[in-house]
Design a protein around this ligand. Structure first.
Ligand SMILES: *[C@@H]1O[C@H](CO)[C@@H](O)[C@H](O)[C@H]1NC(C)=O
Ligand SMILES: CC(=O)N[C@H]1CO[C@H](CO)[C@@H](O)[C@@H]1O
Length: 343
């Protein structure tokens, strides 16, 4: 009798165990299926094509891991920014870091300008958005295969000052800088220095329009014919005194300013909305343009930044990062190396 009961109990337990196993395996399969579906949708949205099944499986695994990380972050709440599954979701951290690399050591070779025309600015507006003043062209996309952030950052600042001095907002050519600017070893899709780009625009007596010299996302040969049709010119450039967010504010209050930031962090890479605060390093690997500043609903001060990663990244291509932080370098090193063209 006792052994019979025992037998029943054991089989019941086994049955339950089997049921649970079947149930959880089933949920897992469902989860996998919906993740695969998400991956397919994401591939279609971003025009991703993998060379074979093996590559696709590999990318799927990375995608799955990133999606879980992003959702985990968002579900934890209690952060002033949110992350999103963007075009970088099938890349490993190392692969992502390889995309935007600027050669860090090259920056130290550039000596800073000694003058700062906004040094004595005392009155600045509480908030400012250069987009509302018509001084910012639509978001552009450098693509995943060309490390041309330096050209986009220099061009956005040049477009801004041109609008402020001539009244005309004209989209300018990054490709011309990539193909024609060899100042200070500027290396097209490999790397570049914003200040050297400004110097090139001075020597070149301007820059061609985006329409006449469109972006190709690859290194090309300088097209001298188009190159001679210049629409925007500048007289020079200045650096903002380093590690001083007040000085940066004085400059941005007067015109869009090119800066270097550390974009290697997970939070920057997958940023989707809000004010980025928290973990972010100060090892530059990316160039962007500050096009304003403000204060969010919860009182957080932020910098408004135009990026060159297309409109599906961040807040329709923009990122807001925390302003006036304790570290003098600023959030993501934003105050370390800022410069602007002079018209
Ligand atoms: C920061 O910049 C402001 C404006 O140019 C200047 O008045 C101030 O002295 C600077 N602070 C430091 C610590 O250099
Ligand atoms: C933005 C936010 O809500 N921050 C809170 C996160 O949690 C810590 C500690 O629980 C609070 O001190 C923050 O204010």
């Amino acid at each position: 009798m006792a052994s019979e009961n025992l037998f029943h109990c054991t089989s019941l337990a086994l049955l339950l165990l089997f049921g649970f196993w079947a149930f959880s395996a089933n949920t897992r399969t469902l989860e996998d299926a919906s993740m695969h579906e998400r991956h397919e949708q994401w591939m279609a949205q971003h025009g991703k094509v993998y060379k074979d099944h093996h590559e696709k499986e590999l990318r799927y695994k990375i995608f799955q891991q990133n999606v879980k990380g992003i959702e985990g972050f968002n579900n934890a709440g209690n952060k002033s920014h949110k992350l999103g599954v963007n075009q970088f979701a099938d890349l490993t951290e190392e692969e992502f870091k390889a995309i935007n690399k600027l050669k860090g050591y090259m920056w130290s070779k550039i000596s800073r300008t000694s003058t700062f025309k906004y040094e004595h600015v005392t009155k600045v507006p509480a908030t400012l958005d250069w987009r509302q003043k018509g001084a910012v062209t639509p978001i552009k996309s450098q693509g995943l295969k060309c490390g041309s952030c330096w050209a986009f950052a220099a061009v956005a600042a040049t477009e801004g000052i041109t609008k402020l001095t001539t009244g005309e907002l004209i989209s300018l050519s990054e490709q011309e800088l990539i193909d024609c600017d060899t100042n200070g070893d500027n290396g097209g899709c490999k790397w570049g220095i914003i200040q050297e780009a400004f110097k090139f625009i001075v020597q070149n007596k301007g820059l061609a329009t985006e329409a006449s010299y469109p972006y190709q996302a690859v290194d090309g040969t300088c097209n001298a014919k188009v190159e001679s049709k210049h629409v925007a010119s500048i007289k020079g450039y200045e650096d903002v005194p380093a590690n001083n967010e007040t000085a940066l504010l004085n400059a941005v209050a007067n015109q869009p300013v090119s800066v270097l930031v550390d974009s290697s962090d997970y939070d920057f890479r997958f940023y989707s909305s809000g004010v980025l605060s928290g973990s972010c390093g100060t090892t530059f690997d990316h160039a962007v343009t500050v096009v304003g500043y403000g204060v969010s609903d919860d009182g957080t001060k932020y910098w408004l930044i135009k990026n060159s990663w297309g409109v599906y990244w961040g807040e329709q291509g923009y990122i807001r990062i925390k302003r006036d932080v304790a570290a003098k370098e600023g959030m993501c090193g934003i105050a370390m190396q800022a410069s602007y063209p002079i018209a």
